[in-house]
Write a protein that binds this ligand. Sequence first.
Ligand SMILES: Cc1ncc(COP(=O)(O)O)c(C=O)c1O
Length: 388
Amino acid sequence: MMHYDFDEIIQRSDTDCVKYDLRKIVFRDGDVLPMWVADMDFRTPDFIISALRKRLEHEILGYSFRSKGFSSAVVNWMKSRHQWEIRPDWISFSPGVVPAINMIVLAFSQPGDKIIVQPPVYFPFFSAIENNGRTRVDNPLKMINGRLCMDFEDLRSKSTEAKMIIISHPHNPGGSVWTVDELQQLAAICLENNVLMISDEIHSDLVYSPHKHIPLASLSEEIARHTITCNAPSKTFNMAGLATSYLIIPEKALLDRYNHMLNDELHLSGGNLPGTVALEAAYNKGSDWLSQLLGYLQGNIRLVMEFCKNYLPAIIPIIPESTYMVWLDCRNLGFTDEELNEFFIRKARLGLNEGRQFGPGGEGFMRMNIACPRSVVLEALQRLKHAI
Ligand SMILES: Cc1ncc(COP(=O)(O)O)c(C=O)c1O
């Protein structure tokens, strides 16, 4: 088995990459150590790059379609990774999970309709609702013993009038991997109230043992009929720039409606050729690389936990069950949100995501992306220590 080196520092500046090359705009400082947008500073794996190279040898990049290989790669990955048996004809496409969520909102709700989200949560969920003239209803998560948990009582009361719920499963930024019990409670409430469930499972491959990702729609046929699952290889294999994601929609009427939006209303179904090639390579060849990646990320998470415990007692990291984000509880520093952000940028010279962006419950938190060489994580922690 090949051994991958995640310690290597690879320069990303001046490649038009968001994380490095937009620092000046986002942080008003082009030099902060960037630990924000959710991609990794590791090389996209060799088997993906070589599949792309091989395809480029043909030298004609004309109109293309997704071959059967795209669907079968997804089917096989779902089966081997998540023990979920899906059919190739349940799969549709989107040039990103965020575009998918926006299309779903447009296709399955009307202006003014109520759509539930569970803040603090990935903020493009908010804009998918609000920028399309729908009404956002918050079902805030509760921090219980250092884990973000769902509030089912509140959900029950809000579901009676809602059309749809969008969940992050696993959860960004808190890292919670929703358990079978939690998913069943959520689904029971949604089924009772005819609320369509949108399960964003983009982080589902990045789960740390003993936690296990259970796809929401895998729980029962009835749940599957009322669920749209969004997923992609982009987080797992560091290929977000290829704008290739997919949806799993077992219920034919829902699938047809989505496909009408994708194919006929927006004409986006062509997708992109390199993304297709890369998805197939990722899912057909990626499991060894992924287990090495997960081991490395766990090492980085341990470093953050131990360093905070020993040297930064005012900062409490929430132990992530999944994702390469660490949700840092900075409330004991006693800053306002403005001061906290200024402190991270100007004093610690770090570029993280501000917790408050993620909605209610995010105040006083910062989100740190630890998908980078361990020496960089250590440098960031040392900067924080000196700043404090
Ligand atoms: C929960 C969640 N959904 C979706 C995305 C991004 O999806 P895409 O780049 O496919 O639009 C992210 C990226 O951070 C995310 O955390």
